[in-house]
Design a binder for this molecule. Structure first.
Ligand code: ZN
Length: 381
């Protein structure tokens, strides 16, 4: 096949060359085919055009129980359900027993566990999505005391512009509560929407904990120092601190979290070979799952548990992971009787897009409709 042939095709939008690899993309942004250069020729590595849905090469949500290495398969499955959380992090959550519904991987250990490390070796999504992380500086500026309780200190950073998401957003704002590591993500059309999003997050946090935030820390980028936001903090009595000029590593907490999430978006996109417009939906699901299952090295609870006011009363919430599914896997969503005629199909082919924040419903993307339509459906967790 020649480059000019591809460019003339009504389906393809063009060929992208990057080092010794090339990608042919469809008009909707989907990667149709990838190829690698060998001795002057490009050899097709993978063709993603699926007859089933026409657009996606879907992630899988099944375990082949006929295979002898079923334990390894289950670790892979849960690794994908946790949006490619590292096996060390998965093992920590399992060992501490702080999340219900993980019986499939109850025996997961790391030391000398070849099963777990071999899963990571073969995870294509992780290989393509994760980069070697350069060490970042300290989490907080040196003159700061460590936060002890939720609402002691928040770290914020913004990321983007990304390609426009299906909801038209281009920026991601992350706010991390230092003491609990609970992360809040907002997806915005323009940077100037950041001040309103931060105020929204603050009001909700204040209601949950019944006390104001003590300190808001950022790199002092444009929107974080807007007159509107500074006036708001001053009225609320919140101390505002910024990173010293030219030392972005001092905002390490929010920046590291952002890098982790962007890495996870890339990993899931590669794992499912899906169009980049889904990045914000993926990010939302990644933040939801990390808050729920990820336990920091020095902690004994998940971020949701440490954020919950019940934890300070010694009664931490126990969440269940039973409703977690592999992001972007294919799914059939039932159409209620009232919404269809007798002979119409009882279900629609969709892809699984994540979770409603309440945890009570799953989100699906209807791939049969021309536009991106999101369907919400209650979980049977
Ligand atoms: Zn992975």
């Amino acid at each position: 096949m020649s480059v000019s042939q591809v460019c003339k095709s009504p389906m393809a939008s063009g060929i992208w060359f990057d080092g010794n690899s090339a990608e042919i993309r469809l008009k909707d942004g989907c990667i149709l085919l990838t190829a690698y250069e060998r001795g002057g020729c490009y050899i097709i590595d993978r063709c993603n055009y699926s007859q089933q849905c026409g657009r996606f090469n879907l992630a899988s949500e099944s375990v082949n129980t006929d295979r002898p290495d079923v334990a390894e398969d289950k670790i892979s499955l849960w690794h994908a359900r946790m949006n490619h959380l590292g096996v060390t992090g998965m093992a920590r959550t399992v060992r501490l027993g702080v999340v219900e519904g993980l019986d499939d991987i109850a025996g997961l250990k790391i030391d000398g566990d070849h099963t777990a490390s071999s899963v990571m070796d073969v995870c294509g999504g992780c290989a393509q999505g994760k980069i070697t992380r350069a060490p970042l500086g300290k989490d907080t500026p040196p003159d700061h005391v460590k936060a002890i309780l939720p609402m002691d200190r928040w770290h914020a950073d913004s990321f983007g512009p990304f390609p426009e998401s299906i909801a038209g957003n281009k920026y991601m704002l992350l706010i991390v509560d230092e003491a609990s590591d609970k992360t809040f993500a907002y997806f915005l059309k323009k940077k100037s929407d950041e001040a309103a999003a931060i105020q929204d997050c603050y009001r909700k946090g204040k209601v949950v904990h019944g006390r104001p935030l003590k300190e808001f820390h950022s790199d002092g980028g444009g929107e974080f120092r807007s007159t509107e936001l500074l006036k708001f903090w001053s009225e609320e009595g919140v101390r505002v601190t910024t990173t010293m000029p030219h030392t972005p590593q001092q905002n390490g907490r929010a920046e590291r979290k952002g890098r982790e999430i962007v890495e996870a978006i890339r990993t899931v996109l590669h794992h499912a070979r899906s169009p980049v417009e889904l990045w914000a939906e993926i990010a939302k699901a990644v933040v939801y799952v990390r808050n729920m299952v990820s336990v920091q090295k020095t902690a004994k609870n998940t971020a949701n548990q440490r954020w919950s006011p019940r934890s300070t009363e010694g009664k931490p919430i126990i969440e269940s992971a039973k409703h977690l599914r592999v992001l972007l896997c294919d799914a059939w969503v039932m159409i209620p009787n009232a919404d269809r005629t007798k002979l119409e199909s009882k279900a629609r082919k969709c892809i699984f897009l994540g979770y409603e924040e309440s945890g009570l419903a799953h989100r699906f993307l209807d791939i049969q409709s021309a536009a991106y339509t999101i369907i919400k459906w209650g979980c049977q967790a």
